[in-house]
Design a protein around this ligand. Structure first.
Ligand SMILES: Nc1ncnc2c1ncn2[C@@H]1O[C@H](COP(=O)(O)OP(=O)(O)OP(=O)(O)O)[C@@H](O)[C@H]1O
Length: 557
């Protein structure tokens, strides 16, 4: 079915939004979720796009994107008979007819248990053991989608559970907890090589993912996941690869590429490639390493070898499943997904949108209809990158009084676990000293510290031995300290994408959290710009007599 989208296109996009599912649930006629499919070849309906607002693009490839033209076509399909309703969501079926349409039961997106999502019993037992019983919204959508073999982009706000959203479908297929075919007692195939490679931009995030996998595999099988992060002893990692024969590799791009280039890591038969914080992994810094990874992971499973672009003749393959993950998905990621994947889809809580890779399968021409539609989706995504439970404030301060503002804010909000972000590494130590002089247990965390120092400080912070962690952008991505109840921007982030990731260190998984940006008067316009781009209220405030006082906007100007 095609529908004409004029003003209503916002509803379709809102449909893709995490926060708008309540609206949709009220639409009784929507028995099934309709999957919006952007197509360059659609001929029936037109959407007027206001100029794309990717002004919040980071300093990565996204900032180089072309702006789409103003009138675009979008074709919306009703679900077709892609999947038999009797088939388990985990049944691996090659989807050759996937091209334009797919259909997933709405009931799966609202699943209240992992059993409803069709995860294997052994995996469910293990999840229950570690206290995980109910999937989050993005997990309920991503698990059945990934399990149907789709190359997938997962976009959902910080702290919404994206890690398990991709780990669980992988563990359903790989390792001792996987689904057993025919019900027989299958033993682990000892000859099997690496089946999943997960790439993350920082050691901290890499280690966090490793711990998440280990937790689910349990002590007996945790050797089946191997970390390959930078800063750690490389030969020990290579020995562990040889000895433990892991099935899952989690690492930073540099170290994975290094060991692969040395011929010590064989990923040609790999089935899954995950790029966590993909928008960051696409930055120029990681270009060469990511190039190697994309070229090698799942190579022998490759079908057609067509030439790619940004990262070279990569990743056009028939079997490897590529999963791209972030709270913020700039257009460069959509383009990469189209380039590397086969009929890739964008998964958000309760919605799946086809990213349509018809035609060349490579990135669409600038200004094409699918570019525009996807860009619109991405713009919407920037708004959905922040947890709804967060409160945002800003406070004016002269540079020399900023640390005092931090102290007063921590006391006023009675915050117990605080992350303070700065833009440069050098002044971090000084801020730590000043906070300690004011009686607050604080420590620094940044890339100039060794791996051991970094993990010791992080552990102390997570264990509650430190009240304040003063850090830089290193900690903005993916760091999960559930207790964190206050994030302070001692320096303003460079743009709204950086704001979103920093802010997302608090308010995790529905918890309450506050974000305070401390700025000088001349910087207020930056706060207002980010406020506009993120679609959140960032309220002016000051601190007096141990209390936070909200101010009127006019009083600050
Ligand atoms: N189904 C679940 N039940 C209970 N806790 C969960 C569930 N899924 C994830 N969590 C927990 O929620 C927290 C946030 O998850 P996760 O780190 O995966 O979020 P994220 O969306 O990847 O965040 P970010 O964008 O910041 O990387 C973690 O502590 C994780 O263990």
């Amino acid at each position: 079915m095609e529908i004409l989208i004029g003003h209503s296109h916002k509803n379709v996009l809102a449909f893709a939004s995490t926060r708008s599912h309540l609206f949709l649930r009220n639409c009784l006629f929507l028995k099934r979720l309709t999957i919006a499919c952007m197509s360059t070849s659609s001929k029936s309906s037109y959407v007027r796009n206001t100029p794309n607002s990717l002004q919040n693009a980071t300093l990565d490839l996204s900032s180089l994107e072309d702006k789409p033209s103003s009138i675009k076509r979008v074709k919306v399909f009703n679900p077709a008979k892609f999947r038999s309703s009797t088939r388990s969501p985990l049944t691996k079926a090659k989807p050759p007819e996937l091209k334009r349409e797919l259909k997933i039961d709405e009931s799966l997106f609202s699943a209240k248990t992992f059993t409803e999502l069709g995860l294997p019993p052994l995996l469910i037992d293990q999840l229950n053991k570690v206290g995980l019983t109910e999937p989050t919204e993005v997990q309920a959508t991503a698990i059945p989608t990934i399990s149907q073999n789709h190359d997938t982009v997962i976009q959902s706000y910080t702290g919404s559970g994206k890690t398990l959203a991709y780990l669980l479908p992988i563990l359903s297929e790989v390792g001792p907890l996987k689904k057993l075919e025919g019900g027989e007692n299958e033993t682990l195939d000892k000859k099997q090589g690496i089946e999943a490679v997960i790439v993350a931009p920082s050691r901290e995030l890499g280690m966090q993912i490793v711990r998440e996998v280990e937790k689910i595999l349990g002590p007996e099988d945790k050797r089946l996941v191997q970390q390959l992060v930078g800063g750690a002893n490389r030969s020990r990692q290579e020995e562990a690869l040889k000895k433990n024969k892991p099935l899952i590799i989690v690492g930073t791009p540099g170290r994975i590429a290094e060991i692969s280039a040395a011929g010590k890591l064989h990923t040609h038969m790999c089935r899954f490639l995950v790029m966590d914080e993909v928008d960051q992994l696409l930055s120029f810094n990681y270009r060469e390493d990511m190039h190697r990874i994309l070229e090698h992971v799942g190579k022998r499973r490759s079908g057609s070898q067509q030439s790619g672009e940004i990262l070279g003749p990569l990743a056009r393959r028939s079997e490897r499943q590529t999963i791209l993950v972030s709270a913020t998905i700039p257009f460069s990621v959509i383009r990469a997904a189209r380039s590397w994947g086969q009929d890739p889809v964008l998964v958000r809580a309760k919605s799946v949108i086809s990213l349509d890779s018809t035609g060349s399968g490579l990135a669409s021409e600038p200004g094409s209809a699918s570019n525009a539609a996807s860009s619109k989706v991405v713009t919407q995504g920037a708004i959905d990158s922040l947890p709804p439970s967060l409160e945002h404030y800003y406070s004016l301060s002269k540079p020399q009084h900023k640390v005092d503002t931090v102290r007063r804010c921590v006391h006023a909000l009675d915050a117990k676990t605080v992350i303070v972000f700065m833009n440069n590494t050098k002044p971090i130590k000084d801020v730590v000293h000043k906070l300690e002089a004011r009686g607050m247990k604080a420590a620094e965390l940044h890339g100039d510290l060794g791996k051991l120092a970094r993990s010791t400080i992080l552990k102390k912070f997570k264990d509650g031995e430190l009240r304040v962690l003063v850090t830089n952008e290193l900690s903005a991505r993916g760091l999960d300290v559930p207790e964190c109840d206050l994030v302070v921007n001692l320096d303003l982030p460079t743009d709204s994408v950086h704001y979103a990731h920093r802010a997302g260190r608090t308010g995790r998984l529905g918890r309450k959290g506050s974000v305070l940006s401390i700025c000088e008067e001349k910087e207020v316009f930056i706060v207002k710009k980010m406020r506009r781009q993120l679609g959140v209220g960032i309220k002016p405030c000051e601190f007096k007599e141990g209390k936070m006082i909200l101010q009127r906007e006019e009083d600050v100007e």
